[in-house]
Design a protein around this ligand. Sequence first.
Ligand SMILES: Cc1cc2nc3c(=O)[nH]c(=O)nc-3n(C[C@H](O)[C@H](O)[C@H](O)COP(=O)(O)OP(=O)(O)OC[C@H]3O[C@@H](n4cnc5c(N)ncnc54)[C@H](O)[C@@H]3O)c2cc1C
Length: 411
Amino acid sequence: MSGQVAIVGAGPSGCYLAQALLKAQPDLIVDLIDRLPVPYGLVRYGVAADHQGTKGVTRQFARLFERQGARFFGNVAVGEAITLDALRAAYDVVVLAAGLSVDRPLGIPGSDLPGVIGAGRLTRSLYEHPDADALPDLGPRPLIIGNGNVAIDLLRLLAKTPEELEGSDLGAGPTKWLERQAIEEITITGRSPAAQAKFDAVMIKELAKLAGVTIRVIGAGASDDPAEQKKIDALLALDGIATGPRRVTFRFGLTPLGVEGADRAEAVHFTSPAGEETLPCSSVLTAIGFDPAADLPRDALVSLAADAEAGVLAPGLYAAGWFRRGPRGTIPDNRADAQALAGAILTDLAPDPSRQGAAVLAALPDVTDYTGWTRIDSAETATARPGRCRSKIATRDAMLSIARKDHGDAP
Ligand SMILES: Cc1cc2nc3c(=O)[nH]c(=O)nc-3n(C[C@H](O)[C@H](O)[C@H](O)COP(=O)(O)OP(=O)(O)OC[C@H]3O[C@@H](n4cnc5c(N)ncnc54)[C@H](O)[C@@H]3O)c2cc1C
């Protein structure tokens, strides 16, 4: 036997790592373990519903299970259903690729008011994550704090007309919810000047196609740096677009000082080089990064790590993807990372045939496998409503039932 590897998290970084490991050493046992009954992490529950091209990466990941021999163990929360220590005892190598799922708090007075909503919380609800909260009320004038691609995703989704969501996988409930918000105006604010905003120019250019908006860009400035100027040019090209009544305003260099409101967020008070100002709103959406969930002791592991930068936490324990490097980088960025980490793991690997491997998961209830996921996937695409490419199964119980095939048409 050439070794047993457990990867905690079947998101992009876990999948890319499994691919790289099995390509280099095809007889390795590689088990991807996820707290959800379904694989692919943020590709399913973070990437925007109207970016189906991006989600197409799952076809590549599917080959991992269908051709390269990786195994999927879903509905297993490491740190809850099984301890990390038990997993480390059972496998030669454990890799934490569990992502970062907690919205980084705004941390200013009033930021705990109702109506202040993190982008992670909102996207999980919008995209029907089984553990998500109910969709919150945004009101007609949401204000977005953040200048990265996640902030732009939110802006685009909220700004689109129902027709522009054709072909997406936005569910029936979230679609109705979006219509109910009757959004009139979206303001998006960033702390840095436009030149240093984190979003990609391509994300900004896409906004030029919106069919029902009137866009204003205030204070975009200019830069000597060609890459920065490219972003500014993309923004300036939006200024003055008037295809419909929904107002979208970009603001830069605004540092939030406090959220104001009696019972819920009604305004945000900012400071800027030009002075202080207060922008009224009906909700505040924060897209300012993510922190680790409490189920895995990331901070302690990283602080004691042998080489955290390289993803080496301790003998036989590694970290990959967002869990390793923080909430930065796109799906393809995780690929280069995974290839480097696979090399380090295979160099260190010292297989111990006495380890029990996946048998340690055998006693856990309702563990799903890749076949179970393909049943869920088929059920979701088969029941897609007109104008949608998929109808997501939104509850864990329903997913488990379909994965086990004990729903209606079971033999
Ligand atoms: C809202 C949003 C939109 C994005 N849109 C894009 C985009 O359009 N294009 C792009 O290239 N990038 C996009 N990104 C970035 C991209 O999603 C990340 O680069 C990528 O998902 C990181 O992969 P990961 O595997 O490290 O983490 P994740 O994708 O978060 O995967 C982590 C997995 O670990 C599982 N897990 C967590 N804890 C446990 C546990 N205790 N036990 C077992 N399993 C666990 C989770 O269920 C999840 O499946 C977006 C990110 C966000 C937040």
